[in-house]
Design a protein around this ligand. Structure first.
Ligand code: NDP
Length: 336
């Protein structure tokens, strides 16, 4: 496993990071979740990402239980705040001082730790003054409940504004967590340059486009049993955007590129995001421990320029590049 600095900080994280969205506390049983976490630890993954909202707080509990007994200093544990949790009261959501302060306490309890390494704003809250959110984050850092602060799916302008306020308050934003894969490149034109300017790096989610880039979904063939596309607890709905024949057909044509590098297609997709210098980690999910063992082999792989170009040729216009998609996909107002 290779490790990279997270933003303009001294914190190193594993360039392949394990995330438990849609899996822990939902799609997979707790014993399989624990096996996946142990497979990650065995492979040198030290960085784990979750959120209060995953499985309506259950995912944090499952991750906390799976990591119990591990040396805390050897782990980097990341969580997030923004989306509604709990019974859905008016303040159980967003980035108000009240919700941020209460949410961190709940997350620490469920994760069984005194602090998280990174606390992330899971979206931008259009209804809370940014100054209020940043002051709450500054206080959380001073209280020692989070060591570093990051954001997720913020636009370039939001990143610049947040980073400037953080600096005034004596801390810094060090990370942005956007969706990024061969198929979804909307951060390249605006979010990445703004992040470089402000000292943030990317921790990218769904690098495998939720499993689509593993090549296991073949047009015209039945969906593989147990896969996300068959998960009626939420996964099937989330993966839908990529389950189009034109996308799946192009993905199949990536196989020769993977073969040339002696990689599986899953490994190729993870290695691809890691070719971007501003990416600190590929945030990979898994429903089985064997997937973790396979995916970590993408660490340290260099894809030659001619094969990067071949990937672009193969995928052509099914790649989404519009930088406006970051704002378009964000909630227009706070979600209740
Ligand atoms: P991926 O693109 O890595 O998809 C992971 C899924 O793909 C697995 O659960 C598994 O699903 C399938 N898979 C994994 N490895 C293989 C393999 N080797 N061969 C075949 N299939 C494989 O990422 P996720 O979409 O899971 O996102 C990763 C993490 O990113 C999340 O856990 C979360 O931490 C973070 N995230 C953050 C968001 C944000 O808003 N900040 C939003 C979404 C995610 P299956 O076996 O069921 O098909």
């Amino acid at each position: 496993m290779h490790y990279r600095y997270l933003g303009h900080s001294g914190l190193k994280i594993s360039e392949i990071t394990y995330g438990n969205w849609l899996t822990h506390g939902s799609q997979v049983e707790n014993d399989v979740a624990t096996q996946c976490v142990h497979a990650a630890l065995d492979a040198g993954i030290t960085t784990f990402d979750t959120a209060d909202v995953y499985a309506n707080t259950k995912a944090e509990q499952v991750l906390g239980d799976a990591l119990a007994g591990e040396r805390r200093e050897s782990l980097e544990i990341f969580t997030k705040v923004y989306w509604p949790t709990g019974p859905g009261g008016p303040n159980d959501t967003g980035l108000s001082r009240k919700h941020v302060m209460e949410s961190i306490n709940g997350s620490l309890k469920r994760l069984g730790t005194d602090y998280v390494d990174l606390y992330q704003a899971h979206r931008y809250d259009t209804e809370t003054p940014l100054e209020e959110t940043m002051q709450a984050f500054a206080d959380i850092v001073r209280q020692g409940k989070a060591l570093y602060i990051g954001v997720s799916e913020w636009t370039a302008d939001q990143i610049r504004a947040g980073a400037a306020l953080a600096k005034d308050l004596g801390f810094q934003l060090i990370s942005s967590q956007p969706q990024y894969s061969m198929l979804w490149r909307v951060i390249e034109d605006e979010v990445v340059p703004a992040s470089q300017e402000c000292g943030l790096s990317q921790i990218v989610w769904s690098p495998m486009a939720q499993g689509v880039l593993s090549g296991k979904y073949v047009p015209g063939q039945p969906l593989p049993a147990g896969s996300r596309a068959t998960d009626d607890k939420g996964g099937a709905r989330m993966i839908e955007r990529f389950m189009r024949d034109d996308v799946l057909e192009r993905v199949q044509k990536l196989r020769p590129v993977a073969d040339e590098l002696d990689l599986s297609m899953a490994q190729l997709s993870v290695a691809w995001v890691l070719q971007n210098d501003n990416v600190a980690a590929a945030l990979v999910g898994a429903s089985r421990p064997e997937q973790v063992a396979e995916n970590v082999k993408a660490s340290g792989v260099t894809i030659p320029a001619e094969l990067m170009a071949q990937i672009d040729d193969v995928l052509g216009d099914v790649v989404e590049r519009d930088p406006g998609k970051t704002a378009e996909n964000a909630p227009a107002g706070r979600v209740a």
